[in-house]
Design a protein around this ligand. Structure first.
Ligand code: C2O
Ligand code: CU
Ligand code: CU
Length: 524
């Protein structure tokens, strides 16, 4: 298997996604941080979400076709009380099929909004859900098989906060938009001044990465914050980019919660990696009054180059509610791994994409069905892929104009297939049956690159990553984990999944998901 490897790391090194417009510093005319509207269920317990298309300016001078929820890009933040019964009325005014998945909400699979819950154009899908989980920061986005990447990139995503009303007692900031700020981290690709989602073969292999970074839909915003403790709710809503965050003056991010709620040991972190789909909540101390920039490493190649994400500017006019970092929050406890009733293993399989790239290579450079003997040098393989992709690259861009919202990945990907459970995703094949209420240990293995693993309707604890226990901020309940090498997860299957609407598990690099790096399970 390894001999057939793609050499993705090396290929990535020769591939230059940057158009030279990424920024290392705040710009003088930086826009204020947009704060998503906060909405709560109406008197009848209904939340209305209208999906529609529009246009949106990600940066000055670059407007693009976009889509949004109750607006033209991204959507509101829904605040839902634990225990509430809520109708999520999703109106599809997009003019195309979609689905809406509640990423991180624990609901039965028929309400989960996966690829089997298609909402036709003009229809409204109204699942009635009961909120039954600890306080946590979650989100929602479409999940059309083969078209999730494009629809999410257009802007169809919003936020969900599950609350138990006790954050005041806990000493946590809770004034939305003032000391409690959601930050949706994404990237865009700008070609000739226009935002374009037009992935080529290499983008399908690596995941589509943009060349400008946006927060809540705009490049490099500035947030005015009170001169006290501020809560940041971080969501990586990018299709493929990992964010490796740091504050420019070295002050720590005090991470106290991740995907599934509070972590066991909240603590200061100087560099925080957030993978696609992953959430972290952290506290930052702005009492000193000085402005600070949020930075990320430029890419995953560890060149050390940093890019500007956004800026925080303390404002003495804003009310300070919290002046100290709470020493301790609820400990989520740790289930005993010996509760696990079985082990399974899965490989993030890029092999079929590799075959595609090799098929495209000039003849004589490969022998089908045989290993790549004598071609173990990553550089050869990388350049071969580059040559191999030219035809595809041209044909895929034909007839597309800048600003075009693009075509479904599935339509571009003829021949590119990846797999999560042995074979590329098949809507009609159940890959796993798990016992409802049970624990299992899943061993996950990557081959050529890191992949963010995500599972619906279940949550997990990381037992090991490459043989080591997880770092404290990765040690709580999670639904996404970045896997690079080998990891063991202890998974709790606690929501029911039927055969007509199985739950998904997949890579959260959305292009990988769309080309088949996804599988499905039911509970029995
Ligand atoms: Cu956020 Cu299956 O996805
Ligand atoms: Cu999900
Ligand atoms: Cu992946």
């Amino acid at each position: 298997r390894h001999a057939l490897g793609l050499g993705l790391g090396a290929a990535a090194a020769c591939y230059l996604p940057w158009n030279g417009v990424a920024r290392a510093a705040a710009r003088a005319d930086a826009p204020p941080l947009p704060v998503p509207p906060l909405i709560e269920p109406d008197g009848n317990g209904v939340v209305k979400l209208r999906l529609g298309k529009g246009r949106h300016a990600f940066r000055v001078g670059s407007e693009a076709a976009s889509a949004g929820v109750n607006g033209s890009y991204l959507g509101p933040l829904l605040r839902l009380e634990n225990g509430a019964r809520v109708t999520l009325a999703v109106e599809n005014a997009l003019g195309e099929e979609t689905t809406m998945h509640w990423h991180g909400l624990f609901v039965p699979s028929r309400l989960d909004g996966g690829p089997h819950n298609i909402i036709k154009p003009g229809e409204t899908w109204s699942p009635e859900v009961t909120i039954d989980q600890p306080p946590s920061f979650n989100w929602f986005h479409p999940h059309m098989h083969g078209d999730t990447a494009r629809q999410a990139h257009m802007g169809l995503a919003g936020l969900i906060v599950v609350t138990d009303g006790k954050d005041g007692e806990r000493g946590l900031p809770q004034s939305y938009g003032i000391d409690d700020l959601p930050l949706v981290l994404q990237d865009r690709r700008v070609i000739e001044g226009e935002d374009v989602y037009a992935p080529d073969l290499m983008d399908l292999i690596h995941g589509f990465r943009g060349d400008i970074l946006i927060v809540n839909g705009v490049e490099g915003p500035v947030a005015a914050v009170p001169k006290g403790i501020v809560r940041l709710r971080l969501l990586n809503g990018a299709n493929a980019r990992n964010f490796h965050l740091r504050l420019s003056d070295g002050r720590p991010l005090h991470v106290f919660a991740s995907d599934g709620g509070f972590v066991a040991a909240p603590g200061p972190v100087s560099r925080l990696t957030v993978a696609p789909g992953e959430r972290y909540e952290c506290l930052v101390d702005f009492s000193g009054g000085s402005a600070v920039d949020l930075l990320t490493l430029a890419d995953d190649e560890e060149t050390g180059e940093e890019l500007h994400v956004m800026r925080f500017v303390p404002d003495a006019g804003l009310p300070v509610a919290v002046t100290a970092i709470p020493a301790r929050l609820e400990d989520p406890g740790m289930p005993d791994p010996s509760l696990s009733i079985r082990r399974r293993s899965f490989v993030f399989d890029e092999r079929l994409a590799a075959n595609m790239a090799l098929m495209k290579a000039p003849s004589g450079q490969m022998e089908s069905g045989h290993g790549m003997a004598g071609m173990h040098s990553g550089h050869d393989m990388g350049s071969m892929e580059m040559e191999g992709m030219h035809d595809m690259d041209h044909s895929m861009h034909q007839g597309r104009s800048a600003g075009d919202a693009g075509a479904p990945v599935a339509a571009l990907a003829s021949g590119v297939r990846m797999a999560m459970a042995g074979e590329p995703f098949d809507m009609n094949h159940i890959d796993v049956e798990a016992k409802l209420g049970s624990f299992e240990i899943w061993e996950l293995q990557t081959q050529e690159m890191a992949h963010p693993f995500h599972i619906h309707g279940a949550s997990f604890r990381i037992l090991t990553k490459n043989g080591e226990p997880p770092v404290p901020h990765e040690a709580g309940w999670k639904d996404v984990a970045l896997i690079n090498g080998r990891a063991e997860l202890l998974i709790r299957f606690d929501r029911e999944a039927d055969r007509d609407h199985p739950f998904m598990f997949h890579c959260h690099i959305l292009e990988h998901e769309d080309v088949g790096m996804m599988a499905q399970f039911v509970t029995v």
